[in-house]
Design a protein around this ligand. Structure first.
Ligand SMILES: C[S@@+](CC[C@H](N)C(=O)[O-])C[C@H]1O[C@@H](n2cnc3c(N)ncnc32)[C@H](O)[C@@H]1O
Length: 251
């Protein structure tokens, strides 16, 4: 890349050597930061997630589905922060809701503990202290004024009347990343009355149980649809080996 120095009227260079070195260093730092961003975006472990977040944002711009972005299972906030950075400028009214125990996974039991199809999930896995989570968001450029935190186990924190989850209205996109069948059941029940035609449901763990329909999120989703025949889904985008998203076709 060519480096152009500001020129004086006579055409001679107007900056001294120290200033040139400073400018050069600043440009090198800027290029290094850009390179690090592009490496992470295009080659990093999370690149499949960033792809689907970008597609989600593109879809929501085109379809103007009303409502907030909800992420069920946020861990250290990596996906949450990326989703915020992409969507917050595009949707000034959108709120970003993080729902988590902040104690990691509950003990896998019942169907989640059978037949070693659990992808090795265990109690306390993905624990991240809520203060650390908030710090990660702030460090990642997230404005906490646009964030709602819902701390607690889903079978309690998502119950009708429970605060603050009851105050949340329509959902434009729900990232469901809580790994277990038992955790996904209350999440889907909570979402039932908050959907619009077109709402996007992103199941991060759809294929985590060897892509078997009777385990994990596939089972929770099938049972939810059986309980709510008014709800139908269209396939949207798949991501990585594990994730599958849908749009709501009727609700
Ligand atoms: C894989 S991590 C989420 C990763 C995050 N979405 C990301 O992309 O970085 C799973 C999260 O789900 C949360 N979780 C799972 N089951 C839960 C439950 N029943 N109630 C509350 N939180 C739960 C865990 O605390 C954990 O933070």
């Amino acid at each position: 890349m060519a480096i152009f120095w500001p020129l004086s009227k006579s055409g001679s260079k107007s900056v001294g050597r120290d200033e040139k070195v400073g400018l050069l260093e600043a440009r090198i730092h800027a290029m290094e930061a850009r390179l690090a961003y592009l490496e992470d975006r295009l080659l990093g472990y999370y690149k499949n997630r960033w792809d689907v977040v970008d597609k989600l944002a593109d879809y929501l711009v085109g379809t103007q589905i009303p409502g907030d972005y909800l992420e069920f299972g946020v861990f250290m906030g990596k996906t949450f922060s990326y989703s915020y950075r992409v969507m917050a400028p595009l949707f000034p009214e959108m709120r970003f809701v993080a729902l988590d125990s902040f104690e990691g996974l509950p003990e896998p039991k019942g169907i989640d503990a059978q037949d070693r199809y659990t992808s090795g999930f265990f109690k306390g896995q993905f624990a991240c202290d809520i203060q650390q989570f908030e710090k990660n968001l702030t460090d990642g450029g997230v404005d906490l004024n646009r964030v709602t935190l819902v701390q607690g186990w889903y079978d309690q924190s998502l119950q009708p009347g429970s605060s603050p989850s009851s105050a949340i209205g329509k959902v434009s996109a729900a990232w469901i990343d809580c790994d277990l069948y038992e955790s996904t059941v209350p999440v889907l029940d909570y979402l039932t009355n908050r959907l619009s035609v077109g709402t996007v449901l992103l199941f991060d763990d759809w294929r985590c149980y060897r892509n078997l329909a009777d385990f994990g999120q596939q089972r929770a989703c099938r049972e939810w649809l059986d309980r709510n025949p008014q709800i139908t889904l269209n396939e949207f985008v798949d991501f990585g080996f594990h994730g599958q998203s849908f749009t709501v076709a009727s609700c």
